[in-house]
Structure formats: structure tokens, C-alpha cells
Design a protein around this ligand. Structure first.
Ligand SMILES: [Zn+2]
Length: 468
């Protein structure tokens, strides 16, 4: 498509422009464990400077606003561009040690603010994009996942919580909260003593300034447009390999984790539409592939066994309110993983995949089930373990064919019982699989790498079938 070629021409230019914009003295930031963070990631001052410059150069297309203040008195910024009647809300850096999101968002805002390409024009006309490049401004300054909000300060802010244990997603060590567990689908929720400390299966408590300012922005947009059509949250994770090919995962994408789809837990939230979220997630995956020069085989489904249920995540709470939500997970967190321009471009391409399909409404014609066909790097079923054994065998991770064959036979038996839903037998035979793996390890018939992965997966399957 023509837009694709134009974008390809514009991207290198933008990269150069951004390099020129970032001219402040290079500083080395220390992460929470003392490791240095790559100084090509924007500092807070650079982020603000760059946003203001994008606004100034956009001839009125991009509008930059302050949406609130952190506990350490830093202003949190949003940028808005486009005049379409559907809203795409994009959030970055909710975890302070996940820094590529803001970089990708500023590149995209710059293009939307200045480019006359057909693609940029269509998106500006068809969509209103509102981005918060860096929500966790305090955590990002010291490269830690949590914000900074010591529990004593929480009690001064919410005296009615006096005497409570700290919320389950509070970190004593880092004096702050995992903001992405602090959301509640009841958008007017106020924290009450009896709900704390809670668990991962419960909604969050809106304790942090950051969750509250994102919620307020969401509500303002809902008020203005009737609905927030889509929400994207940009994260980093570990550095896994695809089950089938062993290739590196280069980006992982997900729809909201809200338990098995036959669960009745969210029956009171009739606006939840997981199929719609999967269409948007698919659009992101397609965007990564079509705006890239290579085949992008590493686009994967993010970890999502069907029982995964985290209603306190922003994407989950917004999905329960009728918004299609998509998670992007990039490999490698900061400070360990450095600045990676290809990765940043990949994220931007995924965002264009969503925005372009919202602009021409073709997103509604996608088949959300196609998202589920993307490759995985994690195990939810026995067939995933079979795939892994096959790959490890091809990669020479076993000493003998016999070792492979005995695992394969054991897995065949387990699948047989799984098909008949005989949970006790699945558990019993998966425990035998585990013993077999232990034996192979003792006899040095299996590599450490293959053993670790397969033993973990066997434990997961035992736990899953014990509960069923
Ligand atoms: Zn994250």
C-alpha cells in the first residue's frame, strides 16, 4: 500500500529529528539495583521539552495538556491530535522501568503533527488520539516499576484506611505501588478499609494519583465522545522465545485478562466485549507486520492462559466499561535492556495498525479469533508441551531418542485423559511426567534449559487441572 512506503520514507527522517531534539547533556541514570540506564531514553525534562516542541511545530494539530501531578510534584502530560469521532487512548510507562513506550508515542505524535501523508491525514480525520506518553513520571526517574507513595503518606491521604494492612500491590521495598493494579471497573470507587489488602483477583482501590488522573481523563473523554473506543497500554517484559520455532519474541500483544469466558464473575458488566478487544489486538499485530521491512516472525500472543484474571489492571477496568483494550509487551526491561530503535519503530507500527483501521472502520471487519492464531511462547495446554518437546528434540537438547520417545508417550497418555476431562488422571500422569523429567536430568539425558522449561510447564498443568 502507498501509505506504507511514505511512512518508511518519513520514519528515518523522524528518527534523525528526534536525535537532534535530544540535545541536553547525557546523564547516566542509576536503576533501583544500581545498574545504569541507557541515556538515550528521555529524561523527564527531555520528555517535556520534546512534547512542547512537537506541539509548537504541529500548526495546531497537536495539543499538549497537563492531566495531573505526581506525589513528587511532577506534572503528567497528555497530547491530543485528530478530529475523528472515535477516541484511541494510549498510555505509556505506567511501569517506570518500561521506557520505550514514550519514545514510540513521541515519534507517532510527531508524524501526526507534521506529516501530509495520506495515512497521517486519514488518521487525523478519522480518529482522535489522546496519548499519555509517561504516566509514572516518578518511577521512571529512578527506573523502578512502582510509583513513589510510602504507606504512611497513603494513610495521611486516606485517614479512613488507618489500621489496614497495605494493599497487596504495594511494595515495601520500593515505597510505592504497581499502578497497573490500582484500577477498578467502578470508576467512581473510593477506597474503604474493609476492601484492603485485596488480592490479584480483586479490583484495585484508586489509591494513586496516577490511576486517578488516567481514570479522570478516561471519564472526560467518555463524556465528550459517548465512549472511549479503544485503549492501548505500552509495557516491557522478559525476553522469551516462541514455543514452536525458538525464535525471539519481538513484541507480544494481548486482550484483557478477565478469567475464562464462561465465567459468571463479570455478568454485571454487559459492555465487556472480548471479541472486540481481540480485533484491536489483531489490528496491532497486522500493523507491526505491514509497516515493517521484514516479516516480523516474532509477533506473539502475550501470556494469557484462559483462567488469567486481573481486574485491577487499567486495560481490564476499561474493558469492563465497554472499551476495546490492547496490551503491548516489548522484550527486555530497563535498566538491563537498552534503547532499541527497531523495537520502538515496531511499537509505533502496531499503533498505526490500530489507528489506520479505526480511521477507515475496517477494524470492525477483522475476525477476532484470528488473533488467537498468533504464535505463543508460553504453555496453556498439553499440546504446547508437545510442541516444546519436539523443538527441543530438533535442537539437540536430549541425549537420546529414547528420552524423547518416553516423554512423547507420556504426553500422549495425558492428552488422552485431558480430552476425556478426567482431571485426576491428568494430574497423576503429569506428576509422572515430572518424575520422568527429574530422572532424565539426574541421568544427564536432557539439557538444563529444556528441563527448566518443561518442569515449570508440568507444574503449571498440574496446578491448572487440580483446580478444575
Ligand atoms: Zn509493565
Amino acid at each position: 500500500m502507498m501509505e506504507k512506503n511514505l511512512l518508511r520514507k518519513v520514519l528515518p527522517f523522524l528518527a534523525t529529528l528526534l536525535m537532534l531534539l535530544i540535545i541536553s547533556p547525557h546523564t547516566v541514570l542509576a536503576g533501583q539495583d544500581g545498574a545504569a540506564t541507557d541515556d538515550r531514553f528521555m529524561t523527564y525534562e527531555e520528555l517535556v521539552e520534546n512534547l512542547n516542541q512537537i506541539e509548537a511545530e504541529s500548526s495546531g494539530e497537536v495539543e499538549v495538556d497537563v492531566i495531573g501531578q505526581s506525589r513528587q510534584d511532577r506534572e503528567v502530560y497528555s497530547a491530543r491530535v485528530g478530529s475523528g469521532d472515535e477516541v484511541l487512548l494510549i498510555n505509556g510507562n505506567i511501569h517506570g522501568n518500561e521506557k520505550s513506550g514514550p519514545e514510540a508515542l513521541l515519534q507517532m505524535l510527531n508524524t501526526l503533527g507534521t506529516s501530509d501523508s495520506t495515512l497521517a491525514q486519514q488518521v487525523r480525520e478519522g480518529v482522535t488520539i489522546v496519548a499519555i506518553p509517561r504516566l509514572n513520571v516518578d518511577g521512571a526517574e529512578i527506573t523502578q516499576r512502582q510509583n513513589i507513595f510510602p504507606w504512611d503518606d497513603v494513610i495521611s491521604t486516606y485517614p479512613n484506611l488507618e489500621g489496614s494492612d497495605s494493599a497487596w500491590y504495594y511494595s515495601e521495598r520500593n515505597d510505592g505501588f504497581d499502578i497497573n493494579r490500582d484500577f477498578n471497573p467502578d470508576l467512581s470507587y473510593e477506597p474503604v478499609l474493609e476492601d484492603l489488602p485485596g488480592t490479584g483477583a480483586d479490583p484495585g482501590f484508586f489509591l494513586t494519583n496516577e490511576s486517578r488522573m488516567l481514570r479522570d481523563l478516561y471519564l472526560d473523554l467518555k463524556n465528550e465522545f459517548g465512549n472511549v473506543e479503544a485503549f492501548v497500554d505500552l509495557h516491557h517484559m522478559g525476553t522469551p522465545n516462541l514455543n514452536e520455532t525458538g525464535e525471539d519474541v519481538t513484541i507480544a500483544i494481548d486482550y484483557p485478562p478477565l478469567g475464562p469466558e464462561d465465567s459468571t464473575k463479570y455478568d454485571e458488566w454487559p459492555n465487556l466485549d472480548q471479541e472486540e478487544s481481540r480485533r484491536y489486538a489483531l489490528a496491532a499485530a497486522l500493523g507491526v507486520k505491514e509497516f515493517s521491512d521484514n516479516e516480523e516472525p516474532g509477533v506473539a500472543r502475550y501470556l494469557h492462559p484462559e483462567e488469567r484474571d486481573l481486574p485491577g489492571q487499567a486495560r481490564s477496568s476499561f474493558a469492563l466499561n465497554g472499551t476495546a483494550t490492547v496490551l503491548f509487551e516489548m522484550p527486555g526491561q530497563q535498566p538491563e535492556y537498552g534503547y532499541d530503535q527497531e523495537l520502538i519503530d515496531r511499537v509505533e507500527n502496531g499503533l498505526w495498525g490500530i489507528a489506520s483501521r479505526m480511521a477507515d472502520n475496517s477494524i470492525d471487519n477483522l475476525n477476532g479469533d484470528d488473533f488467537l492464531k498468533l504464535p505463543k511462547y508460553w504453555t496453556s495446554n498439553i499440546s504446547d508441551v508437545e510442541t516444546l518437546v519436539e523443538r527441543f528434540a530438533n535442537e539437540g537438547e536430549f541425549e537420546s531418542d529414547d528420552a524423547v520417545q518416553s516423554l512423547t508417550m507420556q504426553l500422549t497418555a495425558i492428552s488422552h485423559y485431558a480430552e476425556k476431562e478426567e482431571a485426576n488422571k491428568v494430574v497423576k500422569h503429569t506428576k509422572s511426567l515430572k518424575s520422568l523429567l527429574d530422572h532424565q536430568k539426574e541421568e544427564e539425558l536432557i539439557s538444563e534449559k529444556a528441563y527448566d522449561r518443561l518442569a515449570d510447564d508440568a507444574d503449571y498443568l498440574i496446578g491448572k487441572w487440580q483446580e478444575s
